[in-house]
Design a protein around this ligand. Structure first.
Ligand SMILES: CC(C)(COP(=O)([O-])OP(=O)([O-])OC[C@H]1O[C@@H](n2cnc3c(N)ncnc32)[C@H](O)[C@@H]1OP(=O)([O-])[O-])[C@@H](O)C(=O)NCCC(=O)NCCSC(=O)C[C@@](C)(O)CC(=O)[O-]
Length: 307
């Protein structure tokens, strides 16, 4: 355990994981607008903005999250896209909750675009039961086989722990519980664990004692604390263009921190992101227009007003 702050980051480089096409759309009420073609075009535009980690969807039960039911078709569309094929460093991970999801991910048609999967659990049993119909311990047992099979087959595996600060059902969460679940995911073979403040209740002090190696942060911006929390110093940041998102099984949670706001802040701090902000803003406008949604990025709205 040790403390860090922004001054200890020497490389001035950060890694952004765009979760808009998955976290951003998984709770979207306007399902009619969510065609495979729109999703694939959205991902293509995000990739063209320079983002290199873009969560493309999830292989979860369509009865639980119908918005993600066509993830396989989205990836098949992208696999045929010559521009995407040229982006050798592009990662398009998908969430898998169990072996059924992993088997879809391993299907031969996807191997050209799918190099990484993400597994997910939580620090709260009640949330985990609502989200995946099992306790945290049961999910870790389930994920052990998923992680082993995925890594044996050459896929990279990212882990998520939800409700790392607060749970919509249980309230405050003990940091020790977060640590134990995180360590277990790393032990199972995850190369990195993303800490999800699912309902956005954390403040910067909450993260002071987390060892930052192999960690990413995933903030929902319910209380407007996400940018301040990001400055706590983790170098891998999950975000969602236009501030889209929210977990369907976390009532009251708002969208993720907006990627445009994160990029604007990081560029102001002289960090290298590799992202073209204007193209990113255009990708956010593309998807919000399709969905008939308000763009929740302050940066995007400011730049669009200037235009
Ligand atoms: C885990 C289950 C499947 C358990 O759900 P279950 O009902 O216990 O599953 P089951 O094994 O009993 O199977 C029930 C049915 O689902 C099917 N099924 C089973 N698995 C799959 C699969 N992978 N893909 C497609 N179909 C599947 C299975 O074949 C069967 O079909 P039926 O025989 O009834 O026709 C379910 O609870 C589920 O899909 N949950 C996912 C919920 C979800 O996606 N939540 C959002 C993502 S997590 C999140 O947003 C938080 C995060 C990561 O962003 C971080 C943060 O902010 O905190």
């Amino acid at each position: 355990m040790y403390r860090w702050n922004i001054r200890r980051i020497s490389t001035k480089a950060v890694r952004l994981v765009e979760v808009g096409p998955r976290d951003g759309l998984q709770n979207e009420p306007n399902t009619a607008a969510l065609t495979t073609k729109v999703k694939a075009e959205f991902i293509r535009r995000l990739a063209n903005s320079g983002l290199r980690w873009i969560e493309a969807g999830s292989f979860v039960s369509p009865k639980w999250v119908p918005q993600m039911a066509d993830t396989e078709a989205v990836l098949e569309t992208l696999a045929k896209d010559p521009e995407i094929a040229k982006m050798s460093s592009l990662r398009l991970p998908v969430l898998v909750p169990n072996m059924t999801g992993l088997e879809t991910a391993l299907s031969s048609g996807l191997s050209t675009v799918l190099k990484e999967v993400a597994v997910f659990t939580a620090a709260s049993d009640t949330f985990n039961k609502k989200n995946t119909n099992c306790t945290v311990e049961e999910s870790l047992k389930r994920l052990a086989e998923v992680c082993k099979t995925a890594t044996d087959k050459g896929l990279m595996v990212r882990g998520y722990v939800s409700t790392v600060v607060g749970c919509p059902y249980e309230g405050q969460i003990a940091p020790e519980k977060v640590r134990d679940v995180t360590l277990e995911l790393l032990r199972l073979g995850c190369y990195e664990v993303s800490l999800g403040d699912t309902i956005g209740v954390g403040t910067a002090g909450n993260l002071d004692r987390v060892d930052p190696s192999k960690l990413a942060v995933h903030f929902h911006d319910t209380y407007g604390q996400a940018l301040a929390n990001i400055l706590s110093g983790i170098r891998t940041i999950d975000s969602s263009v236009a501030g889209l998102g929210g977990c369907p099984y976390a009532p009251g949670a708002s969208g993720n921190v907006a990627t445009e706001d994160v990029v604007y802040m990081l560029h102001g701090l002289q960090y290298f992101t590799g992202v073209d902000l204007a193209k990113l803003v255009a990708a956010g406008e593309f998807i919000t227009a399709k969905l008939g949604q308000t763009n929740r990025s302050r940066t995007a709205n400011a730049l669009l007003t200037k235009k």
